[in-house]
Design a protein around this ligand. Structure first.
Ligand code: ADP
Length: 412
């Protein structure tokens, strides 16, 4: 089945067309800077990537742009591409939806009721869910009611967390009244990593106890017992937990008022500070990009670059320790995301001096693993395996979309 996977951000649309039966990617691309002169990148499977700029008004315009590429109307330069010409129609659409609140413990086929429920979650994710809904509406308008669509929620994988893991130690009525709790994000990625690890280990998903580390621009850790999330580092929003590209992660909440008063900032400005100006970027004063920080450190010995990397690594270690305690030990530590997949140096620093926990990196294997490839980087026979698995959220969304629709068909 050809599944169009759509991931709408506030001013961008990422997409992939995936044959979910063979899990083959037929095309992918991104429309950035929606709302003005947009940057459009399209990469069909058997042809080179192409980029051009054109005005794209809104998400509906972006979805239209994508469909024109896929059916072969070209990119405005008169060139046809037509992945769908040879591969048939879009048979389903899988939408990444950031926040499913407590309403969605599983992914859901989209109908009017589901759209209403996603709207109800809007104040939980005011930046993300509106963009996701725009994508849903745009795809519905363009493709019609005949093409089934599925919402795949970032939060759903973590819905198995027990109360003790998702509750904050705040007055309980805040949870009752406003659903103030930890939700967790990156669920599609963690779910993919667990499934893939199970495949590699040759056992069912339900038999897997691991710690997964998604280390990209956004970063989160997840403790997985018997294939299910029992704890995760992101919380009510994606701000909590690990140090990230521009997010601070865990923080003493009293600092919000204190810094706001000292710096004369509004709550909104504080939110921007914590989400967009902190993390690797804020500490280094240079960049949010881990690769650039590692280069700075190596080439110029920049002290603040080292400090940012060290803070990042230390926080990851803390969560690894906490989750080993949470799980009574784990069989593997799984590294993923742009940093986890591509940086032997960060993996080395995270695993450094964790031998007494059963985590022992093999330096040669670690250094030799090609960026973006799957592989084992721990020493043979160690208590905890160390595995690198490149995440593939789009593949997982296509897989979940097909599974939801197959479930619907089975129920008649
Ligand atoms: P996103 O969370 O936006 O999907 P990615 O998963 O692509 O982002 O991760 C981006 C991060 O991965 C950046 O900090 C980038 O510097 C880092 N990264 C990519 N390649 C390398 C590398 N070879 N070494 C270190 N960091 C890398």
């Amino acid at each position: 089945m050809n599944v169009l996977v759509l991931n709408c951000g506030s001013s961008s649309l990422k997409f992939q067309l995936v044959d979910s039966t063979t899990e083959t990617r037929l095309a992918r691309g991104v429309v950035e800077r929606i709302g003005g002169q947009a940057l459009c990148t399209y990469e069909p499977r058997h042809a080179p990537a192409r980029k051009h700029a054109e005005p794209v008004r809104d998400h509906a315009g972006a979805v239209e742009r994508v469909m024109r590429w896929l059916v072969g109307d070209g990119d405005g330069t008169g060139e046809g591409t037509g992945v769908l010409g040879s591969a048939g129609e879009v048979q389903a659409v899988g939408h990444r939806v950031v926040h499913g609140g407590e309403s969605f413990r599983t992914h859901a086929r989209i109908d009017a009721g589901v759209i209403r429920q996603i709207e109800d979650c809007m104040d939980l994710a005011p930046l993300h869910n509106p963009a996701n809904l725009s994508g849903i509406r745009a795809a519905r308008a363009l493709l019609g009611e005949g093409v089934p669509m599925v919402a795949v929620f970032d939060t759903a994988f973590h819905s198995t967390m027990p109360e003790t893991s998702y509750l904050y130690a705040l007055p309980y009525q805040l949870y009752r009244r406003h659903r103030i709790r930890r939700y967790g994000f990156h669920g599609t990625s963690h779910a993919y990593l667990v499934q893939r690890f199970a495949e590699l280990a040759g056992k069912p998903r339900e038999g897997v106890d691991v710690i997964t580390l998604h280390l990209g621009n956004g970063c989160s850790a997840c403790a997985v017992r018997q294939g299910r999330s029992v704890a995760t580092s992101m919380g009510f929003t994606p701000l909590e937990g690990l140090v990230m590209g521009t997010r601070c992660g865990d923080l003493d909440p009293s600092l919000v008022e204190h810094v706001a008063l000292k710096e004369g900032m509004s709550l909104r400005e504080m939110d921007t500070l914590l989400n967009k100006q902190s993390g690797l970027f804020g500490v280094s004063g240079l960049t949010s990009d881990m690769r650039e920080l590692l280069d700075e450190e190596r080439e110029h010995g920049d002290r603040r670059a080292t400090l940012a990397i060290d803070l990042f690594v230390r926080r990851v270690k803390h969560y690894v320790g906490a989750y080993l305690a949470e799980l009574d030990g784990a069989e593997a530590l799984v590294f993923s995301g742009g940093i986890g997949e591509n940086s032997p140096e960060v993996r080395r620093r995270v695993c450094d001096r964790l031998g007494w926990l059963g985590i022992e990196l093999d330096p040669e294997r670690n250094a030799a693993l090609a960026p973006g490839t799957e592989g084992e980087v721990g020493v043979d026979g160690a208590r905890v395996r160390i595995v690198v698995i490149p995440t593939d959220e789009e593949r997982m969304i296509a897989r979940e979309t097909a599974a939801v629709l197959a479930g619907d068909r089975a129920r008649g």
